[in-house]
Design a protein around this ligand. Structure first.
Ligand SMILES: Nc1ncnc2c1ncn2[C@@H]1O[C@H](COP(=O)(O)OP(=O)(O)OP(=O)(O)O)[C@@H](O)[C@H]1O
Length: 512
């Protein structure tokens, strides 16, 4: 039986028509994937379904009754819940209070909430103390707390907006188990994601949103990730096939829509960074790291593996010890208080708080390195604005003007621009966390291009990521971290990207 029916939805922001005549349905017990490029309108559509945003026109029915929520609370009352992409939970709430906020149990004594919260947290496989404050938890677990909250409500339909983007493969498996459980209970799930291979494993049907319309609505069984990527962008996709471009690519049913991506430039033999016996007391036991000039080395591991701490030691965010640390032949210290000798590698994180960008500032100003008032020379100003326009074009940012505010861009477009801005001044050896989180398939290749340009100029990069596709595509070597050590190095060398991905998932699962 049909759970949600959507007919002729339209939505514009300012002059930009984001949704035009969107029609689809979700049946009871069905998990429906929603994909589209960055800025295609997926979150807008999810927000309309969840009552956060109102459509300009069109209509919806929920189990046959007219459904026109005036707010998220209104939607929750009739059983439609959402886990938002950039959820921010009040840091002063306990985990148990956060799980039950907005539900009939809210306001009950903590002791009572604790027991029930524990059950729900176990269901979403979140190992968190119900008495802990939300502010004490790392930000990436907020979507899991939200997922537990959705389970606490008597929800008939759940919108999961990019929840998997921050999760490790093992955590994605658990999220999928939750989605499966919701489906077996007859509830519906609208699953928004850019991580196509994983998404295809769980959804029954896929909707592709392109140019404001549902361009494809078909069973997931008839799609593979490459074909779905091509449907998403509306044409052939440039995807890496194997690391060695001179070897013929393996034939695949999706060859007609896959264009091999250009090969990455080979790193030089010169060592840019050498660290021996890196230790972070209690977290990292002894890690050796050699990074050649122009090399991209990936690090991945579960939350307790020590991978974040290794990165934190390299960037000076965590005090650490080593037997030797050498940057371009110069001895360095992993003690951040060692002033000029401290290593302190520059670091980028795709976290809205860490962009260091004012969301109320225009795109033009955000991408301008010079202080705006110092652009007194007209030629310089023209060149600067040309640079801004080029970047916006190259990265295919969906905007009507470079005077649009940064905060009004879609999540993916914000991330691309913030990364481009950061990479423009990145030199030498840098640490990038999750460089393609929340980005569509084309944007991922644009980011890879930014990285290729930087490495061709001698920049070396440490990529810290939960995403096996990103690691397989971007890195020359991938270290699987477990128990405070690098348990295994995977040389991506001349392997096909798909088999690198499989090895990473296998090794990471075995090490967890
Ligand atoms: N409140 C708003 N004001 C102005 N424009 C907006 C607003 N919300 C969304 N938009 C615009 O609507 C378009 C669709 O945004 P939306 O966030 O729905 O895209 P998306 O498909 O979810 O993208 P992503 O994958 O990058 O998250 C974007 O161009 C965005 O700039």
């Amino acid at each position: 039986m049909t759970l949600l029916q959507v007919e002729g939805l339209t939505k514009s922001f300012g002059g930009r028509r984001v949704l035009r005549d969107v029609c689809f349905s979700i049946a009871e017990g069905e998990i429906v994937g929603l994909v589209g490029t960055n800025g295609a309108g997926k979150s807008t559509l999810g927000d309309i379904v969840a009552g956060i945003t109102a459509a300009d026109s069109g209509m919806m029915t929920l189990q046959g009754s007219p459904y026109a929520p005036l707010s998220a609370q209104d939607a929750r009352h009739v059983g439609v819940g959402v886990v938002e992409q950039l959820v921010r939970i009040d840091p002063e709430l306990t985990v148990a209070e956060a799980v039950f906020r907005g539900t009939p149990q809210a306001g009950r004594p903590q002791a009572e909430l604790r027991r029930q919260a524990q059950v729900l947290l176990t269901e979403v496989s979140l190992d968190a103390d119900p008495d802990a404050l939300i502010g004490e938890l790392p930000h990436f677990v907020h979507p899991l707390v939200e997922t537990a909250r959705v389970l606490a409500e008597d929800t008939r339909l759940v919108v999961l907006d990019e929840v998997s983007a921050v999760l490790l493969p093992s955590e994605v498996t658990r999220l999928h188990a939750v989605a499966g459980r919701l489906s077996r209970q007859g509830r519906g799930v609208l699953y928004i994601s850019h991580r196509l291979p994983e998404m295809l494993e769980v959804v029954d049907r896929v909707l592709v949103l392109r140019e404001g319309r549902i361009a494809l609505d078909c069973p997931s069984a008839s799609l593979d990730p490459v074909r779905l990527a091509a449907e998403t962008v509306g044409g052939p996709v440039s995807l890496p096939v194997r690391r060695d471009p001179s070897a013929p690519p393996p034939s695949s049913p999706a060859d007609d829509v896959r264009v091999p991506a250009p090969a990455r430039p080979a790193p030089s033999d010169e060592v840019a960074l050498l660290v021996r016996n890196l230790r972070v007391p209690g977290r990292v036991e002894g890690v050796d790291l050699t990074l050649r000039q122009g090399e991209v080395v990936g690090l991945t591991g579960d939350r307790t593996s020590g991978v974040r701490e290794i990165a934190g030691a390299l960037t000076g965010e965590l005090p650490a010890l080593s037997d030797q640390a050498v940057l371009h032949g110069e001895p360095r210290s992993l003690d951040p208080s060692a002033d000029a000798a401290a290593l302190r590698l520059p670091v980028y994180r795709p976290d809205a708080d860490a962009y260091g960008v004012d969301p109320g500032e225009t795109i033009a100003r955000t991408l301008t390195q010079e202080a705006w008032g110092t652009l007194t020379d007209l030629r310089k100003e023209i060149a600067t604005l040309r640079g801004v326009i080029n970047t916006v074009h190259r990265l295919d940012v969906k905007t009507m003007s470079i005077r649009t505010t940064f905060g009004a861009l879609s999540g993916g477009d914000q991330h691309k621009l913030a990364l481009a801005r950061w990479m423009a001044s990145a030199r030498d050896v840098v640490v990038l966390h999750e460089p393609t989180r929340g980005l569509d398939v084309r944007a991922r290749q644009q980011v890879r291009q930014l990285l290729d340009e930087a490495t061709a100029h001698g920049t070396s990069v440490v990529v810290v990521s939960v995403d096996p596709d990103e690691l397989a595509d971007f890195c020359d070597r991938v270290g699987i971290v477990a128990g405070g050590r690098v348990a295994r190095w995977i040389d991506t060398g001349e392997l096909a990207v798909d088999s690198v991905r499989e090895r990473i998932v296998e090794a990471a699962t075995a090490a967890a």
